[in-house]
Ligand binder design. Structure first.
Ligand code: AMP
Length: 292
């Protein structure tokens, strides 16, 4: 596995492989790798001759400085996991390499409603930071396929928007991969290491909330999205969450709020437990609720 710290050395490697017509897959991450990340590497390896993973904790996407400071860093273990997973190349840029002009004057990405809804509203500037860094990473790697997790549902929509509105050479196909969960149902996340074992159990209330919605859909006992939302918030607070940013019933493409539950919809959740902000989501209707 090759490790690159500069765009130039990475690009030389990419050019060399492109000249051999290799399909390049890219998995951007912020490290503290878990099975969710590794599932993306696995998907990329199924379809690409070369898989590049980047590890970069991007300062500009953190709207909370404390969250940035506390973000877990496990680079040695990460590299071991990537090597074992058969990743061909890792990009480990410094902040200076990604932001040579500093971080004060950055380009603005017009994201429309995506920046006003849900994560956009609760994390001001977050998606601007995500767009700046992903745009730069994509220009450095120039992949054919980009693998991202549906765990960050709105982020996938934002990056689709970026790919639709900017030109990339070659064209990039975004592949959204399913959320990997612990056997308990808890969505894997780098931030989970900051939860106590008790909080990990309490955090299952999110997955259980999805299960209750599925059951209510099957049993046709749903009165309104408003009531479902209130009940979901209450279940999280009862379980031990400190606060809930939102429980959103939304259109799977536009992410606009919906009230008609006869169509496919997504439920997006963001809530705090033990000072850690967890996000999760589930598409409905969904047949795979074996554990609830
Ligand atoms: P992060 O390191 O949190 O920025 O995540 C890097 C990539 O891994 C993003 O595309 C995430 O959506 C994806 N990811 C994170 N957690 C999971 C998970 N539990 N299942 C699948 N993909 C995930």
């Amino acid at each position: 596995m090759k490790i690159f710290e500069t765009k130039q050395t990475l690009q030389n490697f990419i050019d060399e492989n492109r000249s051999k017509n290799a399909i390049i897959g890219f998995v951007p991450t912020m490290g503290a790798l878990h099975e969710g990340h590794l599932s993306l590497i696995e998907k990329s390896k199924e379809q690409c001759a070369i898989t590049v993973c980047s590890i970069f904790i991007n300062p500009t996407q953190f709207n909370d400085p404390k969250d940035f400071e506390k973000y877990p860093k496990t680079i040695k273990e990460d590299l071991e996991k990537l090597e074992l997973a058969g990743c061909e190349a890792v990009f480990l840029p410094s902040v200076e390499e990604m932001y040579p002009e500093g971080m004060l004057q950055l380009p603005h990405y017009p994201l429309g409603r995506l920046e006003e809804l849900w994560e956009g509203a609760h994390r001001p500037g977050h998606f601007q930071g995500v767009c700046v860094v992903v745009h730069r990473l994509l220009e450095a790697v120039r992949p054919d396929l980009l693998f991202m997790g549906a765990k960050d549902y709105q982020q996938v929509a934002v990056i689709r928007h970026l790919l639709d509105h900017y030109t990339f050479e070659p064209n990039i196909t975004l592949i959204a991969c399913e959320t990997i969960r612990e056997t308990s149902g808890l969505a894997m996340s780098s931030r989970n290491v900051r939860l106590s074992s008790e909080q990990r159990i309490q955090a299952l209330a999110i997955y259980q909330g999805f299960g209750k919605i599925q059951k209510a859909l099957q049993e046709k006992t749903i009165r309104s999205t408003e009531i479902l939302e209130q009940e979901f918030v209450q279940q999280l607070l009862d379980a031990g969450f400190e606060s809930v940013d939102y429980i959103a019933f939304a259109d799977p493409k536009s992410l606009e709020p919906i009230t008609d539950l006869s169509q496919t919809f997504v439920v997006l959740v963001a809530a705090f437990i033990g000072g850690v902000r967890l996000i999760d989501n589930q598409l409905f209707p969904h047949e795979l609720f074996k554990r609830v």
